[in-house]
Design a protein. Structure first.
Length: 314
């Protein structure tokens, strides 16, 4: 199978018939064998009934329905598990992502050899103050921390090589950082394509201001887990040693000053308490790293690695 298209949705009953017809026209015009997996994230309207109707008319459309709302990351993860296509494309269900972008995104994976291609909605129709400005700040910080030169990390329109989606796990609200997760899993060829952003035709947006705060917290989590999950002592031990060293140096200085000048009021100095706090914090960080290292060494996944290829071995 050439292509799997995964569409997470929540209360999008109005847009689904038009979206399904549009996708069908595009993929059939390009002679692609395909499947479309619609993941209903606990909709409270008639979205699932619409999905059932679409699947009854077209055998290439499939559906997954959550019992309750788990979030976009959970919907994408279930779609990734079910996908069978050599190339996997994700897109939103609200018609703001154009299915006309599918052939180009497919070719960038199948022919140009990219592992992952992220859409960039260069011209947007969202509110400039409540969405565009925070989005620019959010993407700028994400680029700086991750080192991935993408302009739009949160664009729902992305394409993947099959091995990418089968090698990563998306949970919580980590869908914003799939390129980061893929990079830390060892997939280095990450590209970007300018895509059309269409005005919302039906319904209302499902995202609020809290997604930006959650996004930065998620990026911190991904960066830490990706770099230090198998060696937590390298993080906690390094900073623990640094704080303890700083505290010790200050403390030694104060002791010497006390020896030189017996009238030197040791405990009346702010530096005394700074040294004390630094040493205690250093010991706590070091012990945290030691305990995390013990837990990591007993993890069932401590020696799980992604292998690209083998020669002469099964």
């Amino acid at each position: 199978m050439n292509l799997s298209i995964i569409i997470p949705l929540f209360n999008e009953e109005e847009s689904l018939p038009e979206l399904s017809e549009w996708i069908t026209r595009v993929v059939e015009a390009n002679n692609l064998t395909y499947e479309v997996i619609m993941v209903d994230d606990g909709s409270t309207d008639n979205s699932w009934q619409v999905v059932e109707h679409i699947a009854a008319k077209n055998q290439y459309f499939k559906g997954i329905r959550f019992q309750r709302n788990y979030g976009k990351s959970a919907a994408l993860n279930e779609g990734f598990l079910a996908a069978q296509g050599d190339v996997v494309i994700t897109m939103d269900a609200d018609l703001q992502d154009s299915p006309d972008e599918i052939p180009a995104l497919y070719n960038m994976i199948a022919e140009d050899g990219y592992d992952l291609v992220s859409g960039w909605k260069k011209k947007r129709y969202d509110n400039a103050l409540t969405k565009n400005l925070p989005s620019k700040v959010y993407n700028g910080v994400s680029r700086k921390i991750s080192g991935i030169p993408l302009h739009d990390f949160n664009c729902g329109l992305k394409s993947y090589r099959k091995k990418v989606v089968k090698s990563i796990e998306v949970y919580g609200e980590m869908h914003r950082y799939i390129p980061v997760i893929a990079k830390w899993a060892g997939f280095k060829k990450i590209g970007e394509k300018v895509v059309e952003h269409r005005p919302r035709k039906y319904g209302v947006t499902k995202f609020g201001w809290e997604r930006f705060l959650n996004g930065f917290l998620d990026l911190t989590t991904i960066t830490f887990v990706s770099r230090f999950s198998k060696r937590p002592m390298h993080f906690f031990g390094m900073y623990g040693t640094l704080f303890f060293f700083i505290g010790s140096v200050i403390f030694v200085y104060l002791i010497i000053a006390k020896i030189v000048d017996v009238d030197f009021a040791l405990t009346n100095r702010p530096s005394f308490y700074i040294a004390l706090v630094a040493m205690i914090l250093g010991m706590q960080l070091f012990l945290t790293g030691f305990l995390a290292e013990m837990i990591s060494r007993n993890s069932s996944e401590r020696n799980n690695y992604l292998v690209e290829d083998k020669i002469g071995l099964r």
